[in-house]
Ligand binder design. Structure first.
Ligand SMILES: [Zn+2]
Length: 211
């Protein structure tokens, strides 16, 4: 967590987040009250495929319970220096059976960094697979069948992709979000957290349900 309070992952771009926040359309994960702009959190840099970007996460305050929440842009995961899209490309490579050195060379990222992503994803692969399979069914009652590949790692990546596809059907807003940004969003940035991903529930998907 940054600066205490909750950290939400929202929106595809900063302007979109700002718009939702100002319109009172983001819900508090603690009480479902309406969030309003409340300054900015400490800036952090993020490595993306297009080079480093400097993020200044928005802070918000809940009109209901008064708690403040940092709004982490969808492009990032908690405590990871690379964007969700870059990390996701690495995980997709792992799911395709590529080794960490080859993936690292392709992404121009240190091989030890890629190895860290793959190990963490592998350690929680069954949980990720199960959680995203449930999410896919929640979002689309009649999802296309998911075929097991024999690799839990690959199956987990396929389940993430299936849930993202189901989300596109359910929420047009998510259309602007890539598969791995979506995975970061529905886990509140915890996709590769040490204790495994914590899936956000319906009431804490701030970008999901708009009144
Ligand atoms: Zn609240």
């Amino acid at each position: 967590m940054l600066l205490g309070g909750s950290l939400l992952t929202v929106g595809g771009d900063a302007d979109g987040v700002e718009e939702l926040l100002r319109a009172g359309l983001l819900a508090c994960p603690s009480c479902a009250g309406s969030l309003s702009p409340w300054g900015f959190a400490r800036a952090r840099s993020l490595r993306t495929a297009d080079g480093p970007v400097w993020l200044r996460p928005r802070r918000s305050m809940c009109a209901g319970c008064g708690r403040t929440h940092v709004l982490l842009s969808l492009v990032g995961l908690l405590r990871r220096a690379d964007s969700a899209a870059v990390i996701g490309a690495g995980l997709a490579g792992g799911a395709a059976g590529l080794g960490h050195r080859r993936i690292a060379a392709g992404l121009a990222v240190a091989s030890s960094t890629v190895r860290g992503w793959l190990r963490r994803f592998a350690a929680h692969a069954e949980r990720i697979r199960a959680a995203f399979t449930v999410l896919a069914r929640d979002l689309d009652p009649d999802p296309p069948p998911i075929e097991a590949t024999g690799s839990v790692f690959a199956d987990a990546a396929i389940a993430v992709r299936a849930a993202a596809a189901a989300a596109v059907v359910r929420w047009p807003l998510v259309l602007t979000v890539s598969v791995w940004e979506f995975a970061g969003a529905v886990t509140g940035g915890t996709l590769l957290a040490p204790s495994g991903p914590a899936m956000l529930t319906n009431t804490t998907r701030p970008w999901a349900e708009h009144r």
